[in-house]
Design a protein around this ligand. Structure first.
Ligand code: ASP
Length: 459
């Protein structure tokens, strides 16, 4: 087992987790004994594995951005990098949204024979109180979005979250990712403008910190199989099979749309914009994809994404440390696509038809809110609530829609795992495309690409 490459270990852990979770569900039902086992599994997955990954996010992002940008030559280079990155984020998110919109309009998962799906409607009615409560508890998470709109709109909200009132407080809060990126960028630019011994000492200290964090990421990845096992077993044990069946059409629509974006749209961007072999990129990113799938958190996966991109895909530290942390926070293709499908699904189940103008506002809101959503599990549910409130204002389906969001919440985990993988893969494609356009020759060259992380032999 220990000689095996990390991605194989993770895949085996995933399968074992599914088996263990099903056994827990089948043998122990919903009783006290089951919840104890679920708690134990969650402890392994959430407290230990995700906890360790989150532990290193702040020093890793800070040191990566500072060492990366401090090494960039010329301010114009940075402006170009920024524009290309934002252009890519916009393009890939729009592609994702169009795919989501197409899928939900063609497959109509909320309808059966042209009428609202009676199974789902019945289920929502039966569990409506419970779901309303669950929907509310989602808002308490650090999802990054607020339900009450900022008086200056989403831009005001972003700027407010970007500027910390206290640097140290921001540095101690994983939810304050935008502030951290902002402070790190300021530090990096500041360092480029000063001279002398102080500058050299600071740059080399931050460089040392970065090396240390990369080393620790490798150690944490050795625990990945155990963490993944725990996360999978807990998820499967908690998701009842009967409800999964009545939501099957919805889940299928989301999975098909995510699959199209992951396996068709993004590879096409890699080929046409990056001129690289997409298969090689998939191989290089496999540990990150599996980690995103198991943790359902782009932020927690960031250390692994960063390591895969630099070590296996050969993207320079400078490009990857600029594109990835920003991408993990603001570029969420899977999330944007999912929000579109979810909102239109809720409308279908509620028997409301959304005309072209209403669908267009769903598109715009999905694009904007996917920027604000934090890279944590189930964060999009708050965005979905925000979009419904905006689109369904004054419409009869607005009120009941919150219960329907509860139904979505019940099957969210498995879909979250898939959309998070799409989110991080899109970030990594952006980094590859930007790196190639900057003339980085070693990106996905045959030699470096496709290995695995974490093994001592490879370090
Ligand atoms: N879990 C997703 C992520 O971390 C966000 C979401 O769509 O809920 O990327």
């Amino acid at each position: 087992m220990f000689k095996m490459k990390v991605h194989w270990q993770i895949i085996i852990a995933l399968v074992l987790g599914v088996v263990a979770g099903s056994l827990l569900q089948f043998l122990l039902g919903d009783g006290v004994a089951q919840s104890r086992w679920v708690l134990a599994c969650e402890f392994l997955g959430k407290t230990v594995f995700i906890g360790l990954l989150k532990m290193i996010i702040v020093p890793l992002i800070f040191s990566s951005i500072v060492t990366g940008i401090a090494g960039l030559s010329g301010g114009a280079g940075f402006g170009r990098l920024g524009l290309k990155t934002l252009g890519y984020y916009f393009l890939s998110s729009m592609l994702a949204i169009v795919i989501g919109l197409g899928a939900v309009n063609v497959m109509k998962p909320g309808l059966v024979d042209g009428k609202p799906n009676p199974e789902v409607a019945k289920f929502i009615e039966k569990h409506s109180e419970n779901f309303k409560k669950k929907g509310a508890s989602v808002n308490e998470d650090a999802t990054g979005l607020r339900e009450d709109p900022h008086p200056l709109g989403i831009v005001g909200d972003l700027v407010e979250r970007m500027i910390p009132t206290n640097v140290f407080k921001a540095a101690s809060d994983n939810g304050a990712m935008l502030s951290l990126i902002f402070v790190s960028l300021l530090t990096a630019f500041g360092l480029r403008t000063i001279e002398g011994v102080g500058k050299e000492a600071l740059v080399s200290a931050v460089g040392g910190l970065n090396k240390l964090m990369i080393k620790i990421t490798g150690w944490i990845m050795r625990l990945a199989p155990i963490g993944v096992f725990g996360l999978m077993a807990a998820t499967i044990a908690q998701t009842g099979p009967s409800f999964l069946l009545s939501m099957a059409n919805y889940m299928l629509t989301v999975l098909i749309a995510l699959g199209l974006h992951l396996f068709v749209a993004l590879p096409l961007l890699l080929v046409f914009l990056g001129r690289v072999n997409p298969w090689r990129h998939f191989c290089a990113m496999r540990d990150a994809l599996l980690t995103a799938f198991s943790t359902a958190s782009s932020s927690a996966t960031l250390p692994v994404t960063m390591r895969c991109l630099q070590d296996k895909a050969g993207v320079s530290k400078c490009t990857s440390s600029f594109v990835l942390p920003l991408g993990a926070t603001v570029n969420m293709d899977g999330t944007a696509l999912y929000e579109c499908i979810a909102v239109l699904f809720v409308a279908q189940v509620m028997g409301a038809s959304l005309d072209f103008a209403a669908q267009l506002s769903v598109v715009v809101l999905a694009l904007l809110t996917s920027v604000g959503v934090a890279g944590v599990p189930s964060a999009s549910l708050v965005a979905i609530v925000v979009i419904i409130q905006n689109v369904a204002e004054d419409q009869p389906w607005g009120g009941g829609a919150m219960a329907a969001v509860g139904a979505i919440y019940a099957v969210d985990r498995i879909l979250d795992m898939c959309r998070t993988s799409v989110n991080i893969f899109s970030d990594s494609c952006g980094a590859v495309i930007v790196a190639r356009s900057e003339g980085e020759k070693g990106v996905l060259a045959a030699k470096g690409a496709g290995g695995s992380l974490g093994g001592e032999s490879e370090e």
